[in-house]
Design a protein around this ligand. Sequence first.
Ligand code: KG4
Ligand code: ZN
Length: 338
Amino acid sequence: MKDKVHILAIESSCDDTSAAVLENLKVKSNIISSQNVHQKYGGVVPELASRDHEKNIGWLVDLSLKEAGIDLKEIDAIAVTQGPGLLGSLIVGVNFAKSLAMAIERPIIAVNHMEAHVLAHFIDDPRIHQGLRFPFLALTVSGGHTQLYLWESDVQYTILGQTLDDAAGEAFDKIAKLLGLPYPGGPMIDRLSQKGNAGKFSFPHPKVEDFHFSFSGLKTAVLYFLQDKTKDDPDFISRNLHDIAASVQKTIVDILLSEVEKAIAHTGIRQWVICGGVSANSLLRSEALLLAQKTKTEVFMLPLEYTTDNAAMIGAAAWFKYERGLFSPLSFAAKARL
Ligand code: KG4
Ligand code: ZN
């Protein structure tokens, strides 16, 4: 086995196109191009996303190699997101990666996007605390997923619980839409909450089995709440925007962390990670640190560039597979659900 493995990684599962080069678990480059075309539609338009990936993937890969100072000939394997995600978007990345792998005669490694969000915690970066060891708990919170896992090794994990309806990011985005905010709503709610009173309004918590989540009831509760308040007071939302945002954010964070607390108590595991786009949320991050203190556990969260979708995390997940010789046949297909 070579002691320095160079992996070129490609991510195109949703509305960010990204290419990265890693030397083992060290990130040499990680270029991300976020698509703005969706903003005016209030959500990701799959057809437009595919077209944008198609347009950008070539120069992104080129730039990632240049920035890393690595020649295509020095690349040992090509990694790409196989799923889950938007099928048309995934196909763009998968086809590009396959052609490249064939052209330079290197193996291809198909990566599960959600596994990559977790394994990104092993990226070798001075800003990332290197003390994480298996087994650990993982809360993955993104626009399409909300799951609580127990990870036993890089290839073995079980799902303790997951959302029964909307994902946490989806809840942020849908509620933001009700408030008249642009897509993606999560970062907007986060920003507005900074100046809001989270105790001003209270919203219900779902009644679900341990370690599971549900957010569609919250969305409906906010909808009825807003309809009721704006009936006699059309300016209610604009006058209370910060407080509504903060109260909603607090509810979502409480729902997420209360299940993590139960999982810590149930499993006795002392280390946990939070990952996926919603782990960028500032209240979730600060409350997670408090929960870690309270439970005498250790929580790991990534710098922002590795929390939202990026190719470096795909490269990190691929490195584990490379070490185990887990390559994919050229016949593998992109999968919207994995
Ligand atoms: O992981 P990700 O980048 O893409 C998916 O795989 O879905 O997650 C995107 C989600 C969106 O729903 C977005 O609103 C949410 O992450 N998000 C946030 C924040 N930053 C991104 N939600 C709350 N607070 C944030 N600061
Ligand atoms: Zn993601």
